[in-house]
Design a protein. Structure first.
Length: 255
């Protein structure tokens, strides 16, 4: 939401923030009511989890509501990053390099992004008529990536030559686990992450990853909101941002 705040300031608008501490409609509804009480002109909501928020449709009847890379269970103006496409591109990159056994370190299942990135990996392998490689779950942290990679090594060694990792932090942990087991990247195993965090280019080796343009997400979210406030606006209420591959040194042809 930092980029949304910056985009709002550039338009001379005030920006209020209300955090949600629990994954429940009760807390989400309370946060929305709090913002509505301040007579805001519109609300941007970013929820990383899959939550049915159809009841908010009535709460926000007179206040424009924008879904920011979120799915509320009802149609409303939205700005999305195409998470599934990003994961398909990560998998496609490994396929182009010649990999045919590709594992997946998945993010936490309740998270929408983790689910869509996993779907993208599956769809790309199925499109190539290849079997799905092993899957181990993490929780977005480097520590969970380390433990997930250790499990891949102990339970599935020989069943994969490359790994699509749900995010860059988990990839960082995975690199450490492979290194501790004398498995070289990319000579023995290739890795592709997701997010392109600022540190990704300084990993050892520098991480090939999928870049999400969060600045564009913030700008488009505010732009979409302003268009909903304008009754004469006729532009599409839904925008999609396409992530793209940043190719570095963590992925190569199979050794």
């Amino acid at each position: 939401m930092v980029h949304s705040e910056q985009a709002s300031k550039e338009l001379g608008l005030s920006f209020m923030f209300s955090g949600i501490v629990e994954h429940s409609t009760q807390y989400i509804r309370r946060a929305v009511n709090e913002l509505c009480a301040h007579q805001v002109c519109g609300i941007l909501i970013h929820l990383p989890w899959e939550v049915d928020l159809r009841e908010l449709h009535d709460v926000c009847r007179n206040v424009p509501l924008i879904a920011v890379d979120s799915d509320f269970g009802f149609e409303c103006p939205s700005v999305f990053i195409n998470q599934e496409l990003g994961s398909r591109e990560a998998t496609r990159h490994l396929l182009r390099l010649g990999h045919r056994k590709i594992a997946h370190l998945r993010g936490p299942v309740p998270w929408r992004a983790a689910k869509l990135r996993s779907i993208g990996w599956k769809k790309e392998l199925k499109a190539a008529r290849l079997p799905l490689g092993p899957v181990v779950d993490g929780d977005w942290t480097a520590e969970s990536g380390f433990e997930a990679a250790r499990k891949l090594i102990s339970d599935h060694w020989g069943k994969f030559t490359a790994v699509v990792v749900a995010n860059d932090q988990m990839a960082l942990g995975a690199i450490r686990a492979f290194e501790e087991n004398s498995i070289r990247i990319p000579q023995n195993i290739s890795l592709v992450g997701f997010d392109d965090i600022p540190e990704a280019g300084f990993f050892r080796p520098p991480l090939s990853t999928i870049k999400q343009d969060f600045a564009a997400l913030g700008r488009l979210s505010v732009q979409c909101l302003m268009e909903q406030v304008d009754p004469t606006c006729t532009t599409s209420p839904t925008r999609t941002i396409q992530p793209y591959l940043i190719e570095r040194e963590s992925a190569a042809k199979p050794g």
